[in-house]
Design a protein around this ligand. Structure first.
Ligand code: HEC
Length: 220
């Protein structure tokens, strides 16, 4: 099943073919049975499809979604925006259940050492951060939830909002400045079609409810 276009309802098509082909010769109760069978088929098929569908049907083509997926891989969005879990033989792998959901809200932030950036303690602190937490000279930043969750992700964002965010380096194109190391300056060089494709792909990932914490200013 194509995960992007779920507008086709096979049950409905079946009903129509039956009615158009045989409807003329059918008696009332035969027509009723055909309709009933068609309706049941329709319910089974559409329920099945909706369970599998991981996306809102935004009307993007498969090509757009594929281009978006390729760009997202090329730019390694997942490296920063997906929490990792233990994989085989001590490796870390992106958590398939939390793809693109940003820094986990329930993960404890290691205590921030009150010391100079070049001290061994601070370097050790940096070493222990995972790829959803980043430290700059004056801040700890947490990667954003890019899943289509309405409350905590970018579910309510339109394509325009997304493009405006990347182009301006500001939340939704008007809000807070997006901090390092989010590579928005480089991404802003992609054309509208490419950024729309990235957005289209992000619509297809599973919505994850995860409220990412605000960045923390370090007073040192
Ligand atoms: C090197 C790590 C890194 C990479 C790679 C990365 N990001 Fe980010 N991204 C971040 C961080 C950190 C933030 C949060 C910045 C902040 O809090 O100001 C962020 C924020 C964002 C935001 C802003 C969300 C908001 O609510 O304003 C969007 C959108 C975004 N990233 C999309 C992407 C996309 C799409 C890609 C890949 C094409 C990507 N990011 C690659 C680290 C990264």
């Amino acid at each position: 099943m194509n995960a992007v276009h779920m507008d086709y309802t096979p049950g409905y098509v079946i009903i129509n073919i039956y009615i158009n082909e045989f409807g003329g010769e059918m008696k009332g109760n035969e027509r009723f049975y055909i309709l009933a069978i068609g309706f049941i088929a329709f319910m089974i098929l559409t329920t099945g499809c909706h369970k599998k569908a991981v996306t809102k049907p935004d009307g993007y083509s498969e090509e757009q979604v594929e281009l978006g997926m390729a760009l997202v891989e090329e730019w390694k969005c997942s490296y920063c925006h997906t929490p990792e879990i233990a994989g085989p033989e001590g490796t870390l792998i992106p958590d398939p259940d939390r793809l693109f959901s940003g820094h986990p809200e329930d993960e404890e932030i290691p205590p921030i050492p009150d010391m100079v950036i070049t001290s061994p303690e601070y370097l050790e602190f940096l070493d222990n951060l995972d790829t959803t937490v980043w430290a700059t000279d004056n801040r700890i930043v947490f990667t954003a939830n890019l899943t289509p969750d309405d409350e905590t992700g970018i579910g309510t964002w339109t394509e325009d909002t997304f493009i405006a965010t990347i182009r301006s380096g500001q939340h939704q194109g008007v809000g807070k400045r997006i901090k390092y190391p989010m590579p928005w300056q480089e991404l802003a060089e992609l054309d509208d079609q490419e950024l729309a494709a990235v957005y289209a792909y992000l619509r297809t990932v599973k919505p994850v409810s995860n409220k990412v914490p605000e960045s923390i200013v370090l007073f040192r």
